[in-house]
Write a protein that binds this ligand. Structure first.
Ligand code: NAG
Ligand code: NAG
Ligand code: NAG
Ligand code: NAG
Ligand code: NAG
Ligand code: NAG
Length: 420
């Protein structure tokens, strides 16, 4: 497998060729690449419009109106670049008012003493985002299915979205069902379905059981997306994520052949390579199975964790436990683990013509060391005596309290959904 950095996408070739004196070379290159790849010119020119540093929303590649959009984003505005502002009208809903929040995310219920983490709103630098309108979203989902596919962070976003929508639906007209790998919310009067599907790697893996999946020796099967993919076919909106489960060291185990093979053919490859393989497989699956004239595809970037206080200059042994203030340094980027993954995503997405809307929630969530569930949740397994003696050892610095940060992700999702 070629690593993405060894084959730069055509668009970066163009960027290097920008000075006017190289205009001729530049045009010759376009001509050459157009013939080579058979892409149409308008598509290549619109790629050049992309801000080189931002993958932002890939949607600008096609000039055609995307399904569900009702307007356009303000020109030159990257809604993911901004800052957190204090907003006393937040949260958008109370924890008690949303019956769908699982014990794992219900921080107040499990004793979190402070509430400040709920009172922040993401404010893009040079523009504003539309206010979340539950009725508008439900009207647009009439007769449709929206599906979140990925790991527990995407599950959190799914629940946040249901919490944001359910208020406007009367009690008798909604339901939530858990079955196998799926959670399904139905708004009956709208005939609208919003689902979450557990597939932490998107591909087939040995962590696919929706309940028993605490596998330390993780293995993903090369190219194998159909096992899960057949369950997503026909969805009108798909929101993918995958990241957390790949973080198991520098190398990752890839299975060639089948999980049923007696002697398994497993190779270890650099994690970023394994991850890129999964993203390529996802892109191919979309190309082959999704009607992009009526379907929207989103991809959420990595959700950052805050497991080491020393990353933000805190206690060398601490983590997010006891943190009630966010990180103020606008250049904070945390540990380096996801830099190369982010780069790989950026490159793979800029190489493709599939209109995926990229939800770049990594940097904005990076500041929010104050917003994780820490110890204020119900444990899956009983605590050990060491854990009880030392809360830091079991604090969850990965997942986010609801209401909280993930509601802001959904406001950005709302913005991109209607104004891509
Ligand atoms: C995975 O499959 C692809 C396509 O069949 C192949 O090019 C690649 O080498 C495989 N990766 C590994 C690690 O075997
Ligand atoms: C995501 O946003 C951050 C901060 O604005 C930026 O540094 C990064 O390049 C973006 N990533 C992609 C792939 O666009
Ligand atoms: C926002 O606007 C300011 C000045 O108007 C400009 O310097 C800056 O680059 C813009 N930032 C973004 C993210 O567009
Ligand atoms: C929300 O959307 C609905 C349906 O389009 C519309 O009737 C209503 O006025 C909107 N509400 C607000 C506050 O904009
Ligand atoms: C509900 O939506 C589904 C598609 O998701 C459609 O097949 C069905 O006919 C709709 N039912 C009603 C009563 O509109
Ligand atoms: C957490 O904060 C409380 C109150 O400020 C303090 O008493 C306690 O020692 C802190 N715990 C840790 C592990 O930092």
């Amino acid at each position: 497998m070629k690593s993405p950095s060894s084959s730069p996408p055509p668009s970066s070739v163009f960027r290097k060729a920008r000075p006017p004196r190289r205009l001729f070379t530049f045009l010759a290159l376009i001509f050459f690449v157009t013939i080579l790849y058979g892409r149409d010119m308008s598509c290549i020119f619109s790629q050049l419009d992309l801000n080189p540093k931002q993958t932002d929303s890939i949607t600008k590649k096609g000039r055609e109106k995307l399904p569900f959009s009702i307007g356009e984003a303000e020109r030159g505005c990257d809604i993911f670049s901004g800052r957190w502002v204090r907003d006393e009208t937040r949260p958008l809903y109370e924890e008690d008012d949303c019956p769908y929040i699982p014990a794992q995310l219900a921080c107040q219920k499990y004793g979190r003493p402070d509430k400040d983490y709920q009172r922040w709103r993401w404010q893009p630098h040079n523009c504003s985002i539309p206010s979340f309108n539950a009725t508008l979203m439900l009207e647009s989902l009439r007769g449709k299915t929206m599906m979140f596919v990925g790991d527990s962070l995407n599950r959190g976003q799914f629940i946040s979205l249901v919490c944001l929508l359910h208020k406007v639906i009367p009690e008798h007209a909604k339901s939530m069902v858990l079955k196998d790998s799926k959670r399904t919310f139905i708004a009956k009067e709208y005939n609208a379905t919003i689902e979450y599907y557990w597939a932490p790697f998107l591909l087939e893996s040995n962590s696919d059981n929706a309940i028993v999946h605490r596998v330390t020796d993780r293995i993903v099967r090369n190219g194998s997306i159909d096992k899960h993919g057949q369950r997503w076919k026909g969805a009108d909106i798909i929101v993918f994520n995958t990241y957390l489960w790949w973080m198991a060291g520098e190398k990752f185990k890839i299975l060639r052949g089948s999980f049923d093979d007696k002697i398994k053919d497993i190779v270890k490859v650099p994690t970023v390579e394994a991850y890129s393989m999964a993203i390529r497989t996802m892109l191919r699956w979309i190309e082959q199975n999704v009607d992009l004239k009526k379907t929207r595809v989103f991809f959420s970037s990595m959700s950052p964790s805050h497991e080491k206080s020393k990353d933000w200059g805190g206690d060398p042994n601490g983590n997010c436990y006891n943190e009630t203030k966010m990180i103020e340094d606008p250049t904070y980027w945390g540990s380096n683990t996801w830099k190369n993954i982010m780069q790989a995503i950026g490159e793979l997405f800029s190489e493709t013509n599939i209109p995926i809307t990229f939800l770049n929630i990594t940097q904005l969530s990076n500041y929010r060391k104050d917003a994780h569930t820490t110890i204020y949740k119900k444990q899956w397994a009983p605590l050990t005596p060491e854990q009880i003696a030392n809360p830091i050892s079991y604090a969850d610095c990965v997942h986010w309290c609801l209401p909280g940060v993930q509601d802001n992700w959904n406001e950005l999702f709302f913005a991109k959904f209607f104004y891509p």
